[in-house]
Ligand binder design. Structure first.
Ligand SMILES: C[S@@+](CC[C@H](N)C(=O)[O-])C[C@H]1O[C@@H](n2cnc3c(N)ncnc32)[C@H](O)[C@@H]1O
Length: 269
């Protein structure tokens, strides 16, 4: 193990948050991340499109939630490294008083959190170092920051895929959604082998031998089970690239290219 000055960051093994940052064109990554990232691209050439489509979906979902749906509180679990149009930027552009709490367990995300903690003066932008495997702790940590009697958008983009046990993943979602009231929303993305994506399975196998944390894909039925008891908004469970694509694309009659990542937004009745 090669810790850096924080004593926690490992530079000898690729980390998901840093490789994701590399695929998005960011600079917050190490040679080991770029090496593994390039090897994954060689096996699964559309992974960069998946990462970009996921971020674009985040932007459209948060725009809808802060705008039309009037949500003012966001709990973004599995934040990732800061990039363009992070949740608080999109939300506070529309509603400067929006309160955004980020949660991640990667030490490099914590190190860079200072860059994230610069939201609008009217709103709140906080970062919590916590593990999705302990949703009860997340709820407790969030309680002093968000008003859990008012709607919260719980965002879990590209993170349940790191909870390998599907029952546990369902239980995490249930615990978080049980802590928030009616009118709250769940925003999810998740990789799948059911939407094409040449080389995806092979790349995941490679990832699990060479990087951390280990990942799994899920079927549409498994993804749908995370949304049990919630009202899934139009257009339902689709490739995240096809969730309410930008008006310009629709006007041209062009369907956004499908990527192998499910996306959905659902409302707690
Ligand atoms: C694929 S990135 C997605 C980032 C962002 N949500 C997005 O969609 O662009 C997954 C993030 O989840 C974080 N993560 C993975 N397992 C986690 C866990 N058990 N608890 C908290 N965060 C976790 C990683 O550190 C990484 O930042």
């Amino acid at each position: 193990m090669t810790p850096d000055s924080t004593g926690r960051i490992r530079t000898d093994i690729a980390h998901n948050a840093r490789v994701w940052n590399y695929w998005l064109g960011g600079k917050d990554n190490y040679p080991v991340d770029r090496e593994v990232g390039d090897q994954v691209v060689a096996m699964y050439p559309s992974i960069g499109e998946v990462a970009r489509a996921d971020r674009a979906f985040l932007g459209r979902a948060v725009t809808y939630l802060a705008g039309e749906a009037g949500v003012r509180q966001f709990l973004d679990v599995g934040t990732g490294l800061p990039t363009v149009d992070n949740t608080h930027e999109v939300a506070q552009r529309i509603a400067p008083d929006a309160r955004v709490v980020y949660v991640d367990n990667d030490p490099i995300v914590l190190t860079h959190a200072r860059a994230l903690l610069t939201g609008s003066p009217e709103g709140v932008t906080e970062y919590i170092d916590a593990d999705a495997h302990r949703p009860d702790r997340i709820v407790e940590a969030v309680r002093p920051i968000l008003d859990l009697d008012r709607p919260v958008a719980v965002m879990m983009l590209g993170i349940l895929n790191f909870v390998l046990d599907t029952d546990e993943a369902r239980s995490i979602v249930r615990t978080l959604m049980a802590a928030v009231p009616s009118g709250s929303h769940l925003v999810l993305t998740h990789p799948t082998l059911e939407l094409g994506g040449e080389g995806n399975a092979e790349a995941m196998e490679f990832w699990n031998k060479n990087a951390t944390p280990p990942i799994t894909a899920r079927s549409r039925a498994e993804f749908a089970s995370f949304l049990d008891g919630l009202e899934v908004l139009e257009p339902g469970i689709v490739s995240c690239a096809r969730w309410r694509p930008p008006a310009a694309d629709a006007a041209e009659g062009a369907d956004a290219a499908e990527v192998a990542q499910f996306g959905a937004v659902a409302r707690k009745p």
